[in-house]
Ligand binder design. Structure first.
Ligand SMILES: [Zn+2]
Length: 157
């Protein structure tokens, strides 16, 4: 199953390659939170519908609610997808970039496995990988002193 999801993701990233944009544009806004080199190797795609692997197996695994959830954004490896109405929401971009880093540190199959297990065990809102992203997003919105996100994620993963 992991393999199947992983292949679907790779194909999806190929399909959208021409539409992806570099996160380099956030280097000013996210300075102190994300390094420039990290932003340069991260991407986003603005879409009308978030692409999701709607495999019957995922519904059988109890992930139907998550698969059908009307999410504003989702991250696959080094690229996240945002729905067009949210394209200008920097807080959402910030959140998805936390996931880009989680993907990169864990590796694709380990990330997918852990994310699925967390959703099954805790539900989406309380999934630790999500909690971490929301916690950092809150810090960004409070905009006191920047948190080094890459370092924080590495320590708390
Ligand atoms: Zn998230």
């Amino acid at each position: 199953m992991l393999e199947k999801i992983n292949q679907w993701i790779d194909q999806t990233l190929i399909d959208f390659k021409d539409k992806r944009q570099s996160c380099d544009r956030f280097r000013g806004e996210f300075a102190g939170y994300y390094s420039e080199s990290f932003l340069c190797r991260s991407y986003f795609v603005v879409v009308n519908d978030i692409p999701k692997p709607k495999f019957p197996e995922l519904y059988q695994m109890g992930l139907g609610d998550f698969v059908d959830m009307q999410a504003a954004g989702i991250t696959y490896k080094d690229t996240y997808f945002v729905k067009a109405p949210y394209a200008g929401d920097s807080s959402l971009h910030f959140h998805e970039l936390v996931h880009v880093h989680q993907w990169s540190l864990l590796g694709a199959e380990a990330f997918i496995q852990r994310y699925i297990t967390e959703i099954q065990t805790h539900g989406y809102n309380d999934a630790p990988l999500e909690q971490m992203a929301y916690r950092l997003q809150d810090r960004f919105e409070e905009s006191t002193a920047p948190t080094d996100v890459l370092n924080y994620v590495q320590k708390h993963l």
